[in-house]
Design a binder for this molecule. Sequence first.
Ligand code: FUL
Length: 733
Amino acid sequence: MINKILTCAFCVLIFTAANAQGQRTIKINSEDSHDDIIEKAALVVPTANQYAYKKLEFTCFVHFGVNTFTRKEWGDGFEDPKIFNLQNLDTDQWCRTAKEAGMKLVMFTAKHHDGFVLWQSRYTKHGVMSSPFKDGKGDVLKELAASCQKYGLKLGVYLSPADLYQIENKEGLYGNLSEYTERVIPRPIEGRPFANKTSFKFKVDDYNEYVLNQLFELLTEYGPIHEVWFDGAHPKRKGDQQYNYLAWKKLIQTLAPEAVIFGKEDVRWCGNESGATRESEWDVVTFDEDPHQMNLFPDMHGDLGSREKLFDAKYLHYLPAETDTSIREGWFYRDETDQKVRSADDVFDIYERSVGGNATFLLNIPPNREGKFSDEDVSVLKEVGKRIRETYGNDLLKNAKGESAILDANEDSYVLGENGKDTFIITLPKTITLNRFVLQEAIQTHGQRIEKHALDAWVNDKWEHVAEGTTIGYKKILRFADVTANKLRVRILKSRSKFSLSKVSAHYYTPRPPQLSINRNLNGQVTIAPKKSDFGWKLHGEGFQKDLSNDLEIRYTTDGTVPNKNSKIFTNSFFLKSGGVKAIAFEKEQTGSLSEREFGLVKKNWTVKGTTDNKNKPENAIDADEKTYWNSGNGVPELTIDLKETKSIRGFIYTPPLNFKEGLIEKGIIKVSKNGESWKTVQTFDLGNLINDPTARTIQFTKKVKGQYIRIEAIIGAGGSTSATIAEIDILE
Ligand code: FUL
């Protein structure tokens, strides 16, 4: 059917999903020309599961476990299960909040790298069964599964392949060099029969059997599972342990036929943990071998789907992106005071860039030690949900005239058109003001084909260029400054084969007062200004500021209270010895989101000592400029700071450089001295692997210490690095 359509010179036809063609993986043959390869790429389509997954759009990650109680990012497997002293658990509150935010699935860390399991597994005692939580009878996943059902959310499970408990304990199964023999999954356990009588035989070793048994429990005893998440990160490995992913996959596909598998051949990591999406996010990517036979899936970076990339491929494969990041600094909950929470502006911006950039957005909300999402996180999520509904729940093209297949609500209707030739004019009964435009391809039948597109508006009796983009795929959100018109034109400028378009819609986002950024220079002078973001209102030559009226006011406090309309107005920079600043922009009736920043002591007179790589000197760590950094080079990875007077210190802030990945401190030790000669260890600290999310981290000491000299020693560097790197150190009084 598709071939027939491709042969017509010019056609705009309407089809339904019944015409579905194409395959998820297509082999490239050595005799294929570049044109053949492009035609093949146009035929790569998602599976039904992948398409259902794309439609989820916004999903909720939940990192919860022993780290919630130890305040660490990565546990080490030595945690005593007794620390999981969960007194209250409110999974209904998690799901209610996720639902209000517009999320459609909850992905739960059933087992993180530390190996502690949050369900009643038959195959280990290292988990909730040995904790005080409901006297060892609690099952967090069971409660969550029930709440998901109640709120109509899908459920996903994160099962970390890395398992520190199984590495570190004497009887641990990870890397124990056991023999590969035929094993029956699930292994029967007396007194704990399974209701599901399916069984499997696999030739595997002890650790793979452990993973398979646990997957069996997760996929048969908690209702339908829609995504299984395999993390590629490994704090530690042992005994050259291999993963028999092909066996895991067989079991998953049998027991959870609706699930997609993350980190393997169904869904890929977007490549960062800070919420970024590529400008051209291709779902059709390349492999050198058949992805269906692969056991190991390396992370994918850079350009994944341009024409040039395809020409070198052996296989073309449908593999959509998932953009994951956390609402808080770090994946696990630490505290209410120092662990910062992203603002609604920030989350909404990431939502528009990821969901509107052809990726699924997986936002982590780590529950606190009360077993709830914290109030601040909840209010951000509610606000984001409100903005999504207000903006995207109202299609301004409702009464428009034009190609009905792209204006109607039927997701299975679409038009097929020809590059550059077919344009779509949409006429409205009266003018509308818009600043967002959404386009969707019929990926379920025609895959992702569009490479370049543009939007014009009829203004002052001529077509004015409004916005343009590259790929579309499942969804593209174009963002631009306000345009008022009663006629719009969509142009598809380049595509692979005939393009398909299934839906366009126009929206208006009510601009909010800007998010603020608070900075302080070396002399302690604080400035507050609208935060610069990469979202520019470029197209009509207006700056971000100009979108706001002159009524904008920035108000701030330094006493910990949230600024209101009576708080001090920021006009000129002011001196701050140390402490926190909170600021909000107000504009007419609108209140912007809260920005806050904690500042340590003024660093003007400090001196510093440390070895260097000869380029990035120690002074860079205390120059109040996060763009410069210190690196210890081949010397001792430690930095000594002289504060020039004795201070009572309650903690410090470590800021890593944004774009230099060597020497990020994963674990360190902090010492203090009164005279610079005799040193006292204050404590060791754990920052986890900061490579994917190099944001500032605050360490609070268990009690205040006095001293004039501070020494920071790196014990473990992220990614095995042996040097130490610091962009800024702040000492908290
Ligand atoms: C990373 C892990 O190391 C983090 O702890 C977190 O789970 C994140 C989602 O993936 O690779």
